[in-house]
Design a protein around this ligand. Structure first.
Ligand code: SAM
Length: 280
């Protein structure tokens, strides 16, 4: 029996169901149920929310989310070997856990859920950034989800919260900070996982803002930011040449020196530039 529920400890679950971790699926499991319950609490009050979990694996975080009172959890797992272990959790929490055996990249999982929706996951490293970018770029804002509470490699977490002027500041920071409040809420060493990965990890909490922090057209902003950071060492007047024929004038009108480089420009500055480019 574990500390948060009356199901067996995760080591027993993994041995019983023969779920040896596979590197190809990014499987680094959290086996400490006190830690998974703590991560679940970082997602805020779950009692009135449907929660999407990508990659439940043997179910450590799933059990944390349910023990913390999640109204309903939809867990999307690619590895069929994990299904019997997840079925035991579903039986322990009748009507509150639905498991879908699918690739999260191929499934519009939020359409299975009723708002308010929170997303909480210890993401497989190989698809984590791709999923985050998708969640941050829905066709309309505000998105269907209220918050994202996600485990990443620490290096990716730093890119999400990076400030202008830092080496890690780039497209991911702008995408995240334009329309969410984003912060690192927990740092974890490699030994917190089984097997231990080579790098440290961090949990990032992103809360959707009701409206973007600064006005800008999402497509234009994305185009400007992508071009600026594709050649981040170059001055903006040169990296953004393809974005608008009179880019020097647009930069000046946005209050940006054409000789500045992408990493020096704030989110507000990029939004001002996107508005100028759209006006042109
Ligand atoms: N949540 C568990 C935990 O915290 O111990 C497992 C986390 S492990 C880092 C990532 C999980 O995502 C694995 O169970 C893996 O099988 C699953 N996974 C990998 N790629 C996936 C995909 N494309 N769609 C859904 N699940 C995936």
């Amino acid at each position: 029996m574990s500390t948060i529920d009356d199901l067996p400890p995760l080591r027993t679950v993994i041995a019983t169901h023969d779920i040896a971790a596979k590197k190809s699926l990014g499987q680094n499991f959290l086996l400490d149920l006190n830690l998974t319950a703590k991560i679940a609490r970082m997602a805020g009050d779950l009692t009135k929310a449907d929660v999407l979990e990508v990659g439940p694996g043997p179910g450590g975080l799933t059990r944390g989310l349910l023990a913390e009172g999640a109204r309903r959890v939809l867990a999307v797992e690619k590895d069929a070997r994990c299904l019997p272990a997840l079925a035991e959790i579903a039986a322990r929490y009748p009507g509150r856990l639905e498991v879908v055996n699918a690739d999260a990249l191929e499934l519009d999982a939020t359409s299975y859920l009723t708002p308010p929706i929170k997303i909480c996951a210890n993401l497989p490293y190989n698809v984590g950034t791709e999923l985050l970018v998708r969640w941050l770029t829905p066709p309309v804002w505000p998105p269907v989800w209220e918050s994202l509470t996600l485990m990443f490699q620490r290096e990716v977490a730093q890119r999400i919260v990076a400030a202008p002027g830092s080496k890690t500041y780039g497209r991911l920071a702008i995408l995240s900070q334009w329309r969410t409040d984003a912060g690192i809420v927990l740092d974890l060493p490699p030994e917190a996982f089984t097997p231990a990965p080579k790098v440290s990890s961090a949990v990032v909490h992103l809360k959707a803002l009701p409206a973007p922090r600064f006005a800008a057209d999402a497509d234009v902003l994305n185009r400007v930011v992508a071009a600026a950071f594709n050649q981040r060492r170059k001055m903006l007047r040169s990296s953004l040449k393809g974005v608008a024929p009179d880019i020097e004038d647009r930069l000046t009108a946005a209050g940006i020196k054409p000789t500045e480089r992408a990493e020096q420009i704030s989110v507000e500055g990029f939004c001002a530039l996107a508005r100028e480019v759209a006006r042109a």
